[in-house]
Design a protein around this ligand. Structure first.
Ligand code: FA5
Length: 340
């Protein structure tokens, strides 16, 4: 360009620059080449910027036309660069999507569901059978005093029944309750007859083999009113067995002994083992509340009578589902728990 700026050649040169820029941009091979071209074509050191600086030498009335041509050239180059850049971006996006192909027919990742422990389920099922009949749910402490666990239940200090149930005695006094029967005492002390309660809970004994565990679960039942009879107990137990095991499950009621009931009985359910052998498994103890127990809580044993029972929840579940070993309930092996 000559020192003396000439409008016409300035405008012509600007149009040439824009035209050749379009060709160069169209030939850019990738996004980086487009960026390099942007600097070369529009940057401070570009020919176009040099021409813009020369516009100062034009007479004032010619500057608008030169300015318009400069803006048009800039705009044309920018548009070409932008179109090319977005074409590369779209290619890149298509390429990435093709690589990341999703198979929407693949099965989802399962979210593991928690569920109630089989013992909780068994307890809930048995409790429901009784609450339907109007029984209230009661509870008592796992750490009992000897009065509630033994004395009030007619088991005096030197009675052999205290050995019968191998007891965990605590150094600071008291015991881990050996059965849920102390809840009978607590319920009679806190309520007035007529009463019908059901009391689930953990109990503890030094006892362990395939069908005995040092900690297990019992559900106690107690009903006290005027004229409660052994036939009421038998009817309730039969209803429980029919509802829980079904009407065809063989069971037997067998005379037994407990210091806190008179007469006393035990219930056995037939267990058809995998080996083919049939055995009777004891599931509960029961009987008519001993008059001495009624007197111990201040009830009139001439006017009132009652029945009570205590059942082993693990035994109920073992017999229903054919579980051969009581320890399976406490190991929390998911392969076992998932079956319920
Ligand atoms: C009692 O515990 C009495 N309190 C039951 C009772 C209540 C009788 C009210 C009369 C009136 P027993 O020790 O038999 O009784 O236990 C009751 C049931 O608990 C048994 O029939 C058995 O099903 C279950 N059981 C006993 N010991 C264990 C043990 N170590 N592991 C698992 N279950 C057991």
């Amino acid at each position: 360009m000559a020192e003396e700026t000439d409008l016409q050649s300035l405008v012509t040169r600007m149009r040439e620059i824009a035209g050749s820029a379009r060709v160069r941009v169209a030939q850019a091979g990738d996004a980086q080449a487009v960026e390099d071209l942007r600097i070369a074509l529009l940057g401070k050191k570009s020919e176009l910027s040099g021409l813009l600086r020369l516009m100062g030498g034009l007479p004032a009335e010619q500057r608008p036309e030169a300015g318009k041509a400069a803006n048009e050239a800039k705009q044309e180059i920018s548009d070409a660069l932008e179109a090319r850049r977005s074409a590369f971006a779209a290619d890149e996006r298509r390429r990435r999507l093709a690589q990341e192909t999703l198979d929407v027919t693949l099965p989802g990742r399962p979210v593991p569901m928690g569920r109630r422990h089989p013992l909780t389920q068994t307890c809930d099922e048995i409790i429901a059978i009784f609450t339907e009949l109007g029984f209230e749910v009661a509870s008592g402490p796992d750490l009992e005093d000897e009065f509630h666990n033994f004395e009030a239940l007619n088991i005096p200090a030197n009675h052999p029944a205290r050995d019968m149930q191998d007891t965990f005695y605590l150094a600071e006094g008291g015991v881990l309750r050996t059965h849920t029967s102390p809840v009978q005492i607590r319920s009679m002390q806190s309520r007035r007859p007529p009463l019908a309660v059901i009391a689930p809970g953990r109990v503890y004994r030094c006892d362990a083999d395939l069908t005995h565990s040092p900690m297990f679960t019992q559900i106690e039942g107690l009903m006290v009113d005027e004229d409660v009879r052994m036939s009421d107990l038998k009817g309730i137990l039969e209803r429980l067995i029919h509802r829980y095991f079904g009407e065809d499950r063989p069971y037997r009621l067998r005379p037994s002994f407990f210091p806190f009931t008179e007469p006393s009985a035990e219930v056995d359910i037939l267990w058809h083992k995998d080996s083919g052998e049939d055995v009777w498994l004891e599931v509960l103890g029961a009987g008519m509340v001993h008059p001495a127990v009624l007197e111990n809580v201040g009830y009139d044993s001439q006017r009132l009578s009652g029945f009570a029972f205590g059942l082993g929840v693990e035994r109920f579940a073992m017999l229903k589902y054919g579980i051969p070993n009581i320890r399976l309930f406490y190991e929390n092996d998911l392969r076992f728990l998932r079956q319920f």
